[in-house]
Design a protein around this ligand. Structure first.
Ligand code: MSP
Length: 682
């Protein structure tokens, strides 16, 4: 410890009918919309909108959780484009750090090769899901590294980065240190594994200094972090000292990172590197002025702390203005637990798309999650949603309308006559929607935006039942009335196709194609206008937009697949070490003479162990698994030459060995024959 800075520090992680080519369907995944919204107004007149996803780690293949945030941002940015905003959508991959280094080694690859492979998988997945991102950043790209170095150097020059030492409990998966309070049953809440004890010399970012500024700013700006519950969470973090943040790792241990510009023995901590992506891309594209003031980050609640605490303070220290919004969503749960690779309960998005179709999958994800809250994933829920909303409500409206048009008017759009009150009412239900949907999008209530459109669609179905066009068709005297009714329904469908375009772009395009207006340009304002389909337009009733699912058969299939045992997940191995390195560690047999609960920590026991002529004090995080009483007399293996560390005020002179399974159960390592205390273990 060289600089005398406070020790309260956090080290964290880490017309029509002209043909348009639609891309070929090669793998059961539908091609997406080929018709574009109307030509865009000139740049300067348009409002800018910039949205980002987290950049995903390349140590895991894309799963439903990653797909959710990415599809959500795709929906939101498509909506902004529909409004005519000058929209920029950024996603990418987070490629540095210890975890990636280890995962690459476990696959027998260099970090570079490994990152290339997995990053490409993300891009392919997004392309196949029809995600229209404007840029894809990889943190290993020069354009990013350059900006990270600049930002780091600026903050260092301003005196907000200092050198120091830190010890604590570190989750290797999160690549961050945890405070005891943050652990659940002594384990990392994300990965449910026990952290390692680590001491490291690092550079620290003086975050604490900015705590009050950030608390005041957040208090004065209620919509900076949304929904409110997450803003409150950050405000709660700011009530206590936030400490200083370790922003480097020794290069000797983690070579896979961006070297600090003033000390290349250290690399930037992966979070300090990663967060800057949101900004570095704009610098590289010379678009900071245009987009940075309107930056809207979308993230899951797992990474609230880096985005809600570190990032704004980093920006402040670097003299960069704040982002406009941090939008935080909940988790997709599978079997009640967060879907994640380490818990082994992930769902693969492309698999879902193959079974249910791209648009239905997107629709389900956006409709069935209330933004900010957790949601439970199930395939039965997807199929139910398809059957009710997409097949029964929307698909049926199209089928009935075009079916009647075919039967009564040869499939050709008639001109509307005088409107009756029920027609006016239905028109209003649709033309009011753009304003409503915009409000819901602006307040992150995406599921309500969809529900508002579907409510109007259901009204249109009810209108058919009420007006009974088949009765009008029987009497020539009602011909003009029937024309108006059919025209009203077609216009309703046109409006629905625009409003739903961001969510189900492929099917919305298909809908317009069946309406005979596939090439007509459109924007959001067209959904508040009426009578835009020219009389005489020829429609083309096609296949049902969304075929219904046989729920019973699906349920049976799922039960059968559950009955098959899951193959065990492959083990993740650490880097190889030479025998000489292993020989530097000393292990000995010990007997526990005394065991007490730690006076200042919930999860620790203080053990006095005998090792031949010596006794030692060992502080161990096993209290959730063993009581103090049952420890006395146990014969264990102690790592004796670890540098002593203080744990909550008591010095620990070694570490006892224990095995732990995937469920987090613990078993102490002991002897199968009696050998005397102090015997060496090799
Ligand atoms: N690399 C960091 C982010 C750096 S951003 C500067 C990271 N990567 S991650 O691959 O772990 O992705 C985390 C994000 O994936 C979450 O914040 C969320 O957007 C998404 N999700 C991962 N699992 C999820 C669920 N189970 N449910 C919903 N979203 C989830 O953290």
């Amino acid at each position: 410890m060289s600089d005398g800075t406070p020790r309260n520090r956090i080290v964290l992680e880490e017309p029509e009918e002209a043909e348009i080519d639609i891309p070929p369907v090669d793998d059961g995944i539908e091609a997406l919309s080929a018709a574009e919204p109307s030509p865009e107004p000139r740049h300067a007149e348009r409002r800018a909108y910039y949205a980002t996803t987290p950049i995903f780690y390349v140590n895991a293949a894309p799963h439903l959780g990653h797909a959710y945030t990415t599809l959500l941002v795709d929906v939101v940015t498509r909506f902004h484009r529909l409004k005519g905003d000058d929209t920029f959508f950024l996603t990418g991959t987070d490629e540095h750090g210890e975890n990636i280094q280890k995962a690459a080694a476990a696959h027998g690859k260099t970090p570079n090769e490994y990152a290339d492979d997995v990053s490409a998988q993300f891009r392919t997945t997004w392309d196949r899901l029809g995600v229209r991102y404007d840029d894809f950043i990889r943190t290993t790209e020069e354009r990013h590294k350059r900006v990270v170095s600049e930002v780091l150097q600026n903050v260092y020059d301003s005196g907000d980065i200092v050198y120091g030492e830190y010890s604590g409990l570190y989750c290797v998966k999160c690549e961050r240190f945890y405070t005891e309070k943050e652990l659940v049953d002594g384990k990392c809440p994300q990965h449910e594994i026990e952290p390692e004890f680590r001491t490291e010399a690092n550079y620290f970012f003086k975050m604490e200094k900015y705590r009050e500024w950030w608390r005041d700013t957040l208090t004065a700006n209620p919509d900076l972090i949304r929904p409110e519950r997450y803003r409150n969470e950050v405000l709660a973090m700011l009530r206590e000292p936030i400490g200083d943040l370790s922003i480097s790792r020794p290069r000797s241990r983690v070579p896979w990172g961006i070297p600090l510009p003033w000390d290349d023995e250290h690399v930037a901590y992966v979070w300090f590197d990663a967060l800057i992506n949101y900004y570095s891309v704009l610098v590289a594209r010379d678009a900071v002025e245009r987009y940075w003031p309107v930056a809207s980050h979308f993230i899951g609640k797992d990474i609230l702390k880096p985005h809600g605490l570190f990032w704004p303070i980093m920006l402040k220290a670097a003299g960069i203005p704040l982002y406009q919004h941090l939008n935080v969503h909940g988790y997709w749960l599978n079997d009640e637990r967060k879907m994640s690779k380490s818990l082994g309960n992930v769902v693969r998005p492309l698999e879902m798309v193959r079974r249910y179709g791209n648009d239905a999958f997107r629709y389900f994800l956006i409709r069935d999650m209330t933004f900010g809250l957790d949601a439970s994933f199930s395939e039965v829920a997807i199929a139910e949603r398809i059957n009710s909303d997409l097949a029964n409500d929307l698909g049926n409206l199209l089928n009935r309308t075009l079916g009647m048009l075919q039967r009564y008017r040869d499939g050709v759009v008639p001109a509307a006559g005088a409107m009756e009150p029920e027609d006016v009412e239905l028109r209003k239900a649709f033309t009011d929607l753009p304003a409503k949907v915009t409000r819901f999008f602006d307040s992150l209530q995406f599921e309500r935006a969809i529900e508002a459109v579907m409510e109007a669609v259901r009204k249109a179905n009810k209108y058919i039942t009420d007006v009974k066009p088949w009765e009008l068709a029987r009497d020539e005297a009602d011909a003009a009335r029937l024309d108006t009714v059919l025209n009203t329904l077609l216009e309703a469908l046109r409006c629905a196709s625009i409003l739903l375009d961001p969510v189900i772009p492929g099917k919305a395009h298909e809908l317009r194609k069946q309406l005979g207006i596939r090439n007509a340009p459109f924007d959001l304002s067209n959904a508040s206008q009426w009578a835009l389909i020219p009389a005489g337009t020829r429609t083309a009733l096609g296949e049902p937009l969304f075929p219904k699912f046989d729920l019973e058969a699906l349920q049976k299939e799922i039960e059968e697949s559950r009955a098959e045992p899951e193959p065990p997940a492959p083990l993740e191995h650490k880097d190889e070490v030479a025998i000489d390195d292993f020989a530097r560690l000393e292990f000995r047999v010990v007997t526990v003479e005394k065991a007490e609960e730690h006076p200042d920590a919930d999860k620790l026991l203080v053990l006095t162990v005998r090792m031949g002529p010596e006794t030692r004090t060992v502080v161990s995080g096993i209290k959730a698994h063993y009581s103090a009483d049952e420890m006395v007399g146990k014969r264990l293996i102690l790592v004796t030459n670890l540098k002593p560390v203080k744990l909550r005020g008591i010095e620990s002179q070694g570490m006892i060995l224990a095995a732990e399974n995937a469920a987090g159960e613990l078993s102490l390592v002991t002897l199968d024959r009696d050998l005397e205390d102090g015997s060496e273990v090799r």
